[in-house]
Design a protein around this ligand. Structure first.
Ligand code: CP
Ligand code: NVA
Length: 337
């Protein structure tokens, strides 16, 4: 019998919603679920998880659908790629409907305000951000699971981000600032991370001991445990094609990996644009862990679902913990495998 401690937060809209001990616990559960997939086959029995997508997805949608199935629950896919939320009815009404049927909402949206609006209106059930313009918390959790598997020391190792200061970058920065490791963010001028996210991470790093550097110099990858790349142009920014010229120096190729060091890993959240932010040679090299990252999406997300829904009764979606009651003091929920 496995028990999952409830999280203090109701919603995971960004990595910063989690405390340090919660991040570590989710990562430990993810590792456990990966090693023994049969250990939580009933964790979501009788529960329905709504997967709502305003943007395309391969990894996030598939890993959540397969993941919820593995936990014994039901995934309900709501396709909003052609009709953004808030057009047919208000986001508030939408959330108030969903919480009457479902036990959790997983939402990939264009704007952060949409997912936070959903969390506010569906106040009885957890909402997980599955990517917005500012954050991608599920990706960062899976990435740190991958790093730890490869021997990354959460207190002393350093990750290097190369490219746009985007949603994935923000979530990795938040996670690094919580656990206390190093992160070097290398971006072209004018494409750095959001000032507010950076300031929050720097303030948090005073407590955690994290080291956060932001630079325009690609040579700053030297000595990093892993070099991480993402698309130069994120979903929803397709009209910024002129960005490409600014990023030419920031392609991760054999030479940049050599600067990082002979043992440095290569990471990418995918989808990759081969020949732009990364060369085929690096993507397909033994140092590339991109498909481990993709696999770990499932385990990290399942761990998050198990902890978030630990205190939620299976039969009555309308009655899970209200936000105000979610204080982490509830007894751990037992799950019979
Ligand atoms: N990394 C990631 O979120 O992939 P998808 O866009 O395919 O879901
Ligand atoms: N930064 C990318 C991540 C895709 C998973 C985007 O938002 O399109």
């Amino acid at each position: 019998m496995i028990t999952f401690n409830p999280l203090a937060t109701k919603d995971v809209l960004r990595v910063g919603d989690l405390a340090q001990h919660e991040v570590l616990e989710v990562l430990a559960t993810a590792d456990r679920l990966k090693r023994d997939p049969s250990s939580a086959t009933n964790a979501l029995r009788g529960r329905s998880v709504c997967l709502l997508f305003e943007k395309p997805s391969l990894r996030t949608r598939t890993s959540f659908e397969v993941g919820v199935f593995r936990l014994g629950g039901q995934a309900v896919f709501l396709d909003h790629r052609d009709q953004p939320l808030g057009e047919r009815e208000s986001i508030a009404d939408y959330g108030r409907n969903l919480e009457r049927w479902c036990h959790a909402i997983v939402a990939r949206v264009r704007r952060h305000a949409t997912v936070s609006g959903l969390a506010e209106s569906a106040s009885r059930i957890p909402v997980i951000n599955a990517l917005c313009d500012m954050h991608h918390p599920c990706q960062a959790l899976a990435d740190f699971q991958t790093l730890v598997e490869r021997g990354f020391d959460l207190r002393h190792s350093r990750l290097a981000w190369v490219g746009d200061g985007n949603n994935v970058c923000h979530s990795l920065m938040e996670l690094a600032s919580i656990v206390g490791c190093g992160i070097t963010v290398v971006t072209p001028e004018g494409h750095g991370p959001d000032r507010g996210v950076l300031d929050t991470c720097v303030a948090r790093s005073m407590r955690s001991g994290a080291r956060i550097d932001v630079t325009h110099d690609p040579a700053a990858v030297r000595g990093a445990f892993a070099v991480y790349a993402d698309t130069w142009i994120s979903m929803g920014q397709e009209d910024s094609a002129t960005k490409r010229a600014a990023f030419a120096r920031y392609r991760v190729d054999r030479d940049l990996m050599a600067v990082a060091g002979p043992d440095a890993l290569f990471m990418h959240c995918l989808p990759a644009h081969r020949g732009e932010e990364v060369t085929d040679e690096v993507m397909d090299s033994p140092r590339s862990v991109v498909f481990d990252q993709a696999e770990n999406r499932l385990h990290a997300q399942n761990a998050l679902l198990c902890h978030l829904l630990a205190a939620s009764p299976a039969a009555a979606p309308g009655t899970p913990r209200a936000k105000a009651a979610a204080g982490g003091s509830a007894a751990p929920a037992a799950c019979v495998p």
